[in-house]
Design a binder for this molecule. Structure first.
Ligand code: GTP
Ligand code: NA
Ligand code: MG
Length: 294
């Protein structure tokens, strides 16, 4: 839009890779807590989002994704809302089906990849083998003259984590990420859940503009009026700034990960847009069902 003022914004980085290759563990080290241990059975069920302030002072918004085969759609959505994909490959296990799947999601969304070869502390680790595997899958690694950065890390010993930070900040710098701060907000849902007391809650990444309490929004096919916006530490904030994950309260129904957040002028507009989208979803569903019968 004309005359819009663009300001630098943090990068949104999505961590992807095969199940158990250490995505959540790496993020835990970056955010210096221990969520992995608390996750049910150690498997990431949801797309978590949080901001990490790097030692350089710059901040990066990270999205975690599950590596289990069943969560392909979640990885596709993760790739779609992100600036950079960190492709985690365990140095002992090597390139596996969900490694390749994550790679192809990133490539089809035209998102640059930074490779983190993890578990390099293990005696059976073979980072050279991983490089060869990735190269033969068509990834142009920088060691071989390509533009994909590769870092060897260990979430266990924390080895190489500073290098990973550097690689991400360098990649972000190359991309010169900017966003419009003022005006109507565009955002994407990365996670939604129903809270007993607070109702439907959507975690969203703001892409541009500023979200404000009191605004009417349409999220996917749901609508609502923003009652509160909280940051990832649960603190109330009056706005959601670009690349910052926020939790939005005030929706009438539960949206889905990947839904867009649209700000509209009035309750009437919100209801209309929502019911239009619901009708279209229902029509598509019926069409699909009837095709299934033919
Ligand atoms: P999903 O979310 O289920 O796909 O797994 P994930 O990729 O998030 O892996 P997670 O962080 O849950 O780690 C899986 C297992 O690998 C855990 O037992 C971790 O302790 C272990 N692990 C992770 N990183 C390292 C590492 O650098 N070295 C060693 N030795 N073990 C690691
Ligand atoms: Na796991
Ligand atoms: Mg995980």
């Amino acid at each position: 839009d004309e005359g819009a003022v663009l300001q630098p914004r943090p990068a949104v980085v999505t961590v992807m890779g095969h199940v158990d290759h250490g995505k959540t563990s790496l993020l835990d080290v970056l955010r210096k807590t221990s969520v992995a241990a608390k996750e049910a059975g150690g498997i990431t069920q949801h797309l978590g989002a949080f901001v990490v302030e790097m030692t350089s002072g710059a901040s990066i918004t990270f999205l975690d994704t599950p590596g289990h085969a069943a969560f392909s759609a979640m990885r596709a959505r993760g790739a779609a809302v992100t600036d950079i994909v960190v492709l985690v490959v365990a140095a002992d296990d090597g390139v596996m089906p969900q490694t390749l799947e994550a790679m192809s999601h990133a490539q089809s969304a035209k998102v640059p990849i930074v490779v983190a070869i993890n578990k390099c502390d293990k005696p059976s680790a073979d980072p050279e083998r991983i490089r060869i595997q990735l190269g033969s899958e068509g990834l142009h690694l920088e060691d071989l003259g390509g533009d994909v950065q590769v870092v060897e890390v260990s979430a266990k010993t924390k080895h190489g984590l500073d290098k990973l930070e550097e690689a991400l900040l360098l990649q972000a710098e190359l991309m010169d990420l900017k966003a419009r701060i003022d005006g109507p907000s565009q955002a994407y849902v990365v996670e939604a859940r129903l809270d007993r007391g607070r109702g439907p809650l959507a975690t969203a990444i703001v892409k541009s503009g500023t979200l404000l309490c009191g605004q009417y929004i349409v999220v996917g096919s749901e609508w609502g009026r923003i009652r509160s916006i909280r940051d990832m530490l649960g603190r109330e904030t009056t706005s959601g700034r670009p690349a910052m994950p926020v939790e939005i309260e005030g929706l009438k129904g539960l949206p889905m990960a990947g839904d867009d957040v649209v700000v509209v002028a009035s309750e009437e507009r919100a209801r209309m847009l929502s019911s239009g989208r619901k009708k279209k979803l229902e029509k598509d569903r019926l069409l699909k069902a009837s095709e299934g019968r033919i």
